[in-house]
Design a protein around this ligand. Structure first.
Ligand code: CTP
Ligand code: MG
Length: 242
């Protein structure tokens, strides 16, 4: 898909459905937590339940699937009603690929949309999910929430800033990332297990995913200091909603 028309708008068929796929099978090696980061308690409940609550509040979604590691015991112990699949793989791309294949087996169609979202990106809001769907549902490719790079960008050589990189066209990729299930599955098979997001697999096909402005608050809990920041945002939201 390399010609210019590949990214032009389409008319959305009325029978197309929207699904959410939540990869939740990582170990959180950079987070330094005791056990997977997505299960650490934040504002009174495991991080992943904040993530899932945001998706549960989006009426347009036909269904949601949480991808767990095969040996995950924690999620089951929560006794939540969210549908799960124990098909997590060695990398995030493997987990997503396995989850997509299962969605198709369970009745989703290749032309349906899927919104893939990191379990560890627990500050996503229903409004942001809706804004991604609004922006992408008539797009030929699909797209992702992303955040314009706020800081000056440096290229490093041996621990020193060797150059300043033009930031004007740089965005931080976030999730959800929304693509047609069939196109995404094919793209992930081609891209292999190493890609760290869906958009890069789609880009490798020659298509250009739409960048939809997200928010700095939609960061992925990755490093030890991120837990306190996520907790503070969740607590502040809970106070405002009272
Ligand atoms: N993930 C997954 N399967 C994997 C690896 C990651 O489902 N094999 C999920 C994580 O649970 C997380 C999301 O993908 O919700 C984003 O990945 P990342 O932030 O990299 O999480 P981890 O891989 O768990 O963390 P780290 O890279 O620090 O080990
Ligand atoms: Mg990882």
């Amino acid at each position: 898909m390399t010609d210019a028309t590949a990214n032009s708008p389409t008319t959305e068929p009325s029978h197309v459905r929207y699904w959410a796929l939540i990869p939740c099978a990582g170990s959180g090696s950079r987070a330094g937590s005791d056990g997977p980061k997505q299960y650490q308690s934040l504002a009174g409940r495991p991080m992943v339940l904040h993530t899932l609550a945001a998706f549960a509040a989006v009426a347009r979604l036909s269904g949601l699937l949480v991808v767990l590691a095969p040996d995950d015991a924690f999620f089951t112990s929560l006794n939540s009603a969210y549908p799960v699949a124990r098909c997590g793989g060695a990398t995030r791309a493997d987990s997503v690929r396995n989850g997509l294949a299962l969605l198709l087996q369970q009745g989703a169609q290749r032309h349906d949309w899927v919104l893939v979202h990191d379990a560890a990106r627990c500050l996503i809001t229903p409004a942001q999910i809706d804004s991604l769907i609004d922006a992408c549902s008539t797009d030929a490719v699909g797209g992702l929430l992303a955040h314009r790079l706020p800081d000056t960008l440096k290229a490093e050589v041996n621990g020193r800033a060797a150059a300043t990189v033009d930031r004007s066209d740089k965005w931080l990729a976030q999730t959800p990332q929304m693509f047609r299930i069939g196109m995404l599955l094919d793209a992930l098979w081609r891209a292999g297990a190493g890609v760290t997001d869906e958009a890069s697999a789609i880009e490798a096909l020659g298509a250009q995913p739409l960048l939809v402005a997200g928010s700095a608050q939609n960061f992925k809990v990755t490093y030890p200091e991120d837990f306190a920041l996520a907790e503070a945002v969740l607590q502040a939201r809970a106070r405002t909603n009272k």
